[in-house]
Design a protein around this ligand. Structure first.
Ligand code: ATP
Length: 311
């Protein structure tokens, strides 16, 4: 095998609750993560050298050792130093379709894709659990991105428990192109505003609704899922950014199943029963806002993680 072509899907958060602070300065979380069809396209080729080269068509993505896709290759080389000597280096070519720094795990999914591809190209024979453990070293969202689908994530987000997979619903995603949120900033703000209320880890403040959401997912009941969407970080982002507050309150009046910010934002999504409903909502937003900076996407919930499309 000389090449891997992969689809690396974005995720949204159907639920994100901060339970408290951890000894390592991360937060103890309980989340429901959901893959969506919106994906980066990643091609990985042997390049006949001993180097890892990185290419991306989006100027916002760093092309150096801070890129999570590059870090994934470095991590594999560190753990399996013979593989680079034995098989040779690779070019990693990222066709970026997922908005950057948007709360959609765009970087994490690229990192997961590189772990999967090098496992195949360098014949490492790692199983999914071993790939997830490696992913943990790259970032808390990477383990989920390996298998994707629908899952409860706890700890820092790296402990993954797959649940009944949702793929029957659609979403409209809205993000201002020139506006991003840094994930550490959002958690820091939450700590400043609500840190005093952090309870001892594992005491869910919103536990009743969490259980109801899991039941609704089990029943694939879109209306109930829409009513139970939850994100603790939303209040800190909305309280500081009027533009996102206005976008969200407009979207929630559009008759979808529910509207919420994803992850640390600033992407806002509306859950929809059908593609037609999603198209209709998107068209109304386009006409009303008439803002070329406002990027809108329609996507479907997906039961897939990283998908090796052809070898
Ligand atoms: P998450 O939801 O996992 O917190 P995010 O969706 O909010 O992440 P990313 O798109 O992963 O955000 O980007 C966060 C930052 O990571 C960017 O500002 C960028 O500088 C850096 N980055 C590193 N590697 C990548 C990559 N492969 N794709 C996108 N951004 C990357």
């Amino acid at each position: 095998m000389k090449t891997c072509n992969l689809l690396a899907p974005a995720k949204i958060n159907l639920y994100l609750e901060i339970l408290g602070e951890r000894f390592d300065n991360y937060h103890e979380l309980i989340m429901v993560l959901q893959s969506i069809e919106l994906s980066d396209y990643i091609k990985i080729n042997f390049n006949g050298t001993q180097n890892i080269n990185l290419y991306c068509n989006n100027l916002l993505v760093p092309l150096n050792e801070t890129n999570i896709a590059y870090r994934a290759a470095q991590l594999i080389i560190k753990k399996f130093p013979n593989s680079l000597n034995l098989y040779g280096g690779v070019d990693i070519i990222i066709d970026k379709r997922i908005p950057v720094a948007a709360g959609l795990a765009g970087g994490s999914t690229d990192g997961a894709a590189v772990l999967l591809a090098l496992n195949l190209l360098w014949k490492l024979d790692l199983n999914d659990y071993e790939l997830q453990k490696l992913g943990e070293e790259l970032g808390s969202d990477v383990p989920f991105c390996i298998n994707g689908g629908t899952a409860i994530a706890t700890g820092k987000g790296e402990i993954i428990n797959p649940i009944n997979k949702l793929d029957n619903l659609w979403i409209v995603l809205a993000k201002y192109q020139n506006f991003s949120i840094s994930t550490p900033w959002a958690y820091q703000k939450h700590k400043e505003q609500f840190g005093k209320c952090y309870e001892k880890n594992d005491k869910k403040k919103n536990s009743n609704n969490f259980e109801l959401l899991i039941n609704a997912i089990d029943q694939k009941d879109g209306q109930k899922i829409g009513n139970l969407l939850y994100n603790d970080l939303e209040k800190v982002v909305l309280s500081e950014h009027l533009m996102i507050t206005e976008l969200k309150s407009f979207m929630e009046k559009m008759g979808g199943l529910g509207t919420m910010m994803s992850g640390s934002g600033p992407t806002i999504f509306t859950l929809c029963q059908s593609r037609e409903q999603a198209e209709e909502i998107k068209n109304i937003i386009v006409k009303t806002f008439q803002d070329p900076n406002l990027e809108l996407f329609i996507s479907k919930l997906s039961s897939n993680g990283i998908n090796n499309i052809k070898s």
